[in-house]
Design a binder for this molecule. Structure first.
Ligand code: FPP
Length: 258
């Protein structure tokens, strides 16, 4: 019934650039949204600024997007903050990116707590500097009782390595006799991935006009809806997120069936 009402409203024509939360169907909010936050460097370059200025501006976008995601009722927001391939960047940029979580959490943690957000991290601890890990672990600890949005930072995350790591652990468990080879199926594989506590993403957003996945959640996005925007990450805002969700709600998800 409610869904029907929303369908009617959309037929009457809605300006997609001026969406409000109430324009979204509350019964069809994506539970898990993943974002490849791309274009910080290009945003800075076009303004004649150093690349790191783009990352700092991108940090502000995270703040706004997390707030809106929470308000809209998204349960999990997974943000690709640093990939296992990003170590190849110039040392000073890597250092800056490794300092950002601490800076972000120093500025935002109180508000995240107030907003009932749970901070989580998904990635491989090795290589991450101690101060980065400490800042994230502290935030995870201080927000673990919260029940609102899960703000999940993918830090030193790479999907191929995640899959290799899962396979190694499965093999270990088979060899130890904890599981049999025949028990290996999709459900079991999910339990060995870093996303084991979360459902697969419903919606994957990538900014800056690039049309690729860049080693992000390869297993988990089998049936995820993809949405791209030309906006650079520092330009992405409330309106962009509402538009992505609105367009997601127009799609018919069939998961391989009719
Ligand atoms: C991609 O843009 C962006 C990144 C590799 C880093 C994303 C990080 C942030 C938005 C801030 C992280 C903050 C916290 C709190 C974890 P790019 O540098 O590849 O841009 P380009 O493609 O234009 O060069």
């Amino acid at each position: 019934m409610l869904k029907g009402l929303f369908a009617k409203k959309k037929e009457n024509g809605l300006d997609k650039n001026k969406l409000n939360i109430k324009d979204l169907d509350p019964l069809n909010i994506p539970k898990h949204v993943a974002i490849i936050m791309d274009g910080n460097g290009r945003w800075a370059k076009q303004k004649g600024l150093p690349r790191i200025a783009g990352h700092r501006e991108g940090m502000k976008t995270i703040r706004e997007v997390a707030r809106v995601a929470n308000e809209v009722g998204i349960k999990i927001l997974t943000l690709y903050a640093f990939s296992t391939e990003n170590w190849k960047r110039p040392q000073d940029e890597v250092k800056f990116l490794m300092d950002l979580p601490q800076e972000f959490l120093r500025k935002e943690l109180d508000e995240l707590i107030e907003q009932n957000v749970q901070v989580k991290m998904m990635g491989f601890d090795q290589q991450l500097p101690e101060h980065t890990l400490n800042a994230v672990h502290e935030a995870v600890e201080k927000t673990k009782q919260n029940t609102g949005l899960i703000l999940n930072f993918a830090l030193n995350y790479g999907s191929r390595y995640e899959i290799i790591h899962a396979i190694r652990n499965i093999v270990d468990d088979v060899l130890a006799g904890n599981i049999s080879k025949d028990e290996i199926d999709e459900k079991l594989m999910n339990q060995y991935l870093l996303t084991k506590s979360y459902p697969d993403p419903d919606l994957l957003i990538r900014t800056s006009g690039e049309l690729r996945i860049s080693n992000f959640l390869l297993w988990q996005i089998a049936y995820t809806e993809l949405w791209y925007t030309d906006e650079f990450w520092p330009e992405f805002n409330k309106q962009s997120l509402l538009q992505a969700i609105y367009e997601y709600q127009q799609r018919s998800r069939r998961f391989g069936s009719l």
